[in-house]
Design a protein around this ligand. Sequence first.
Ligand code: URA
Ligand code: SF4
Length: 219
Amino acid sequence: MPRTPDTRSAADFLPPGRSLPALREAAAGCRGCDLYQQATRTVFGEGAPDAGLMLVGEQPGDQEDRSGRPFVGPAGRLLDRAIAEAGIEREQAYLTNAVKHFKWKPVGKRRMHDKPRAAEINACRPWLEAEIEAIRPRVLVCLGATAAQALLGPQFRVTRQRGQVIQTRWAPATLATIHPSAILRAPDDDARHAMYEAFVADLRIAAAHLHQELRRTEV
Ligand code: URA
Ligand code: SF4
């Protein structure tokens, strides 16, 4: 029976072998929802396969769509700076997104970010789950509401629950914080500074858990 648009999903495109290279290759041809039509390419996750820390964003932006790599645009540069300040090296982390294609709407000549719908987040979740299963991170950080909704459920509220470490089926230490793009959209310098400091504080919590886990596995 043909599937209706809302029951299509990335699950139909998962490869038999679930190594990261196999997943990445299969995801390049995903048509699990309509977002592939408008985007240039799938932007799959990136980082060490044995990374202790996994960071999950929302979806690729304009620059990610052009380059095929996650978090290389303005939000990515801010994220890089914040994780370094929190004592994490990008090499210790695997970076990915809840949705693997850039969703946008035309505004003048620009491609403006457009928020993915719940159906699109759900359709794309098999890639994210497969990435988590391949990497088995010790610490998992959801950056913003989309990632938190995808992994922690629709009841989760980043504003209320950010920075709280919980054990989930995904990782022994799971937490959510704001999305770096939210900091870029801050109304003024003071707000931006305060949001950035709170973001780094959440990432320091993730770093502390990461370092604790690494010490534990060293002995
Ligand atoms: N925002 C995201 O959530 N992910 C990216 O890769 C870039 C911007
Ligand atoms: Fe597949 Fe996700 Fe892209 Fe939709 S957004 S086509 S589910 S990879």
